[in-house]
Design a binder for this molecule. Structure first.
Ligand code: NAP
Length: 293
């Protein structure tokens, strides 16, 4: 590589501190930070600037926050009190080869992709990121379970709903701690997979047959599965942890009315392991930039 790649990191949360550290250590990356004015300028040996000082045409990559850009074309950065507002032509001015990273895409970014054919990478939609992120998610779930249960996880009866990227890792970690793990899924192949991995696999239609003895129910399914019928069968001291993104899969109002201890635990990787979560993002972004060269 005969020149340094110009990378703008615009906004971001605690995860981005590790991400910046990792990318700033790369010999061929020149990092420009926007939206970090509350950090000591010496915190990273990279230049702090603002959006008006950046020429989009010169950028090779743009790293946006996990939440992307809102419908007004703005970012409200965690490490600055100044809202970052994108001029209408900003994405049109980007080099067509430039890579744009975000956590999730938004209507604003979808429009920008449509109008300007930019190369957008919504990182949270990628399998590799989701699989890596499942580890801090599972560890955060263990932390909550230990904090909120009055019994050990060893020999606790744990139901996990869903055997996707999060469900699989959560089931594995709880089983390794000695819990009796049952996994509720909707497909015969997932029932087989759960059983092959040593968990008790069952179809979601039969969920209430398992809930009576349940000490901890962990939902990872982004659909309303834990309804009144299911909640009525749970012990009053059972703990429910919903990991699925909003609105989650539990009827929270009814669970509260029944006095059940229910936690909607969102954003665990950022909360329990921002450094690891940042490393995961840095690894994937670095790989994608390298692949693109
Ligand atoms: P995933 O890999 O897509 O897995 C989703 C699971 O839910 C699969 O087992 C899927 O079954 C099942 N499912 C989806 N819709 C269903 C329905 N209507 N009925 C029954 N089963 C259904 O997703 P993931 O990566 O594991 O993420 C799961 C959730 O956790 C998402 O909402 C994600 O945003 C969230 N998440 C939360 C955190 C946190 O910190 N709380 C961290 C990461 C992710 P099929 O395979 O049969 O479709």
């Amino acid at each position: 590589m005969n020149r340094k790649l110009q990378i703008a990191i615009i906004g971001g949360d605690a995860r981005y501190l590790e991400l910046i550290k990792k990318l700033a250590g790369h010999p061929y990356y020149q990092i420009k930070l926007i939206g970090y004015d509350q950090l000591d300028p010496g915190f990273f040996s990279v230049s702090h600037t603002d959006l008006t000082q950046i020429t989009p045409e010169t950028l090779d990559a743009v790293i946006l926050p996990i939440t992307g850009i809102n419908d007004k074309g703005e970012i409200n950065p965690v490490f600055s009190s100044q809202c970052i507002s994108f001029p209408e032509d900003w994405f049109a001015r980007l080099n067509q080869q430039a890579l744009v990273f975000t956590g999730i895409t938004t209507t604003y970014l979808d429009e920008a992709v449509k109008e300007n054919q930019i190369k957008l990478y919504p990182l949270m939609e990628r399998d590799d990121v989701a699989i890596y992120n499942a580890i801090p998610t599972a560890e955060g779930t263990i932390l909550l379970a230990i904090q909120h249960m009055k019994i050990t996880l060893h020999e606790a009866n744990v139901i996990i709903l869903g055997l996707g990227r999060v469900g699989l890792t959560v089931a594995d970690k709880f089983a390794k701690l000695g819990a009796n793990v049952w996994v509720g899924v909707r497909s015969p192949s997932d029932i087989a997979r759960a059983n092959a991995l040593g968990f008790g696999g069952f179809h979601l239609d039969g969920l209430t047959a398992y809930t009576e003895k349940c000490d901890l129910l962990i939902n990872t399914i982004p659909a309303r599965i834990v309804d009144k019928l299911v909640l009525n069968t749970l012990k009053t001291d059972a703990l429910l942890i919903d990991l699925a993104s909003k609105p989650g899969g539990i009827n929270f109002d009814y669970a509260r009315d029944r006095g059940l201890n229910t936690i909607h635990a969102l954003g665990l990787p950022a909360r329990v392991a921002p450094k690891t979560a940042g490393e995961i993002l840095a690894k994937v972004i670095d790989q994608l930039i390298t692949d693109h060269q």
